[in-house]
Write a protein that binds this ligand. Structure first.
Ligand code: NAD
Length: 247
């Protein structure tokens, strides 16, 4: 097992892409700290599924947009697990609309969660990575952060910001043997994209060279590669998992 005994923190780890990453990591022997915005039945059920399959997985309810909650949660995780080897900054939201119709909250919520949240979470763990002189940080960006998208100015800006954050972390911590890479998913079938109408989904699918939507597992495969030693000489990269959407 390639992640045997490794401790992985995954934000938004109880559903969608984050859950698929958690499952994939658990299959490879990782111990999991999953951060979710809300507790409740669905999040607990996700954790139960992982533990029923023999994984060690714990749930931490935390709004990553709140720096004080992030600090407290990181302290709890470090007390429970004693360290961290892998961080996946996956939690994210959309509030799509054309620019004049975006409310101030639509703009700040998306930047606060997608960009500032990832920075807060990483800041809370970076000293622990430095002390261990090892680590892999994986940030979930989006192809939209690379190519832009009508109706997603706020979201695209947050995801482009994640790319700058990733490259800066790679430069700041490379000498400490801490790698940082970003994944840019295309159109992946999760709750986030279920909000789109069947007509829009069909139209988007037609334009994809691989002719299908991605699955959370497609993204999880790359996350596993970036988390483990097989990618030991890769840092500062942005890798698309998009079925050719942005060729
Ligand atoms: P999802 O809506 O299924 O899951 C999002 C997760 O983020 C949830 O677990 C939720 O609890 C968590 N979250 C949201 N706000 C939070 C907050 N304030 N604090 C803590 N956790 C919070 O979405 P998904 O499709 O699985 O997306 C996962 C990531 O992948 C996101 O960053 C998203 O932007 C990115 N992404 C998704 C797609 C896609 O097509 N689905 C494409 C490109 C990028």
């Amino acid at each position: 097992m390639t992640l045997n005994g490794k401790i992985a923190v995954i934000t938004g780890g109880t559903r969608g892409i984050g859950y698929a990453v958690a499952k994939k990591f658990a299959e490879q022997g990782a111990r999991l700290a999953l951060i979710a915005a809300h507790g409740g039945e669905r999040a607990e059920e996700a954790v139960k599924k992982l533990t029923d399959d023999g994984a060690e997985a714990r749930l931490y309810v935390c709004n990553i947009a709140e720096p004080s909650e992030v600090s407290e949660t990181a302290e709890k995780i470090l007390a429970d697990f004693g360290g961290i080897d892998i961080l996946v900054n996956n939690a994210g939201i959309t509030r799509d609309n054309l620019l004049p119709s975006l409310s101030t909250d639509d703009i700040s919520d998306v930047i606060d969660v997608n960009l500032k949240g990832a920075i807060y979470v990483t800041r809370a763990f970076i000293r622990t990575f430095v002390r261990r002189k090892a680590g892999s940080i994986i940030n979930i960006s989006s192809v939209v952060g690379m190519m832009g998208n009508k109706g997603q100015t706020n979201y695209a800006a947050s995801k482009a910001g994640i790319i700058g954050f990733t490259k800066s972390l790679a430069k700041e911590y490379g000498r400490r043997n801490i790698r940082c890479n970003a994944i840019a998913p295309g159109y992946i079938a999760t709750d986030m994209t279920a909000a789109l109408s069947p007509e829009v989904t069909e139209e988007l699918t037609k334009q994809l060279p691989l002719g299908r939507l991605g699955t959370p597992e497609d993204v999880a495969e790359l996350a596993l590669f970036l988390a483990g030693d097989a990618s030991g000489y890769i840092t500062g990269e942005v890798i698309k998992v998009d079925g050719g959407m942005y060729v």
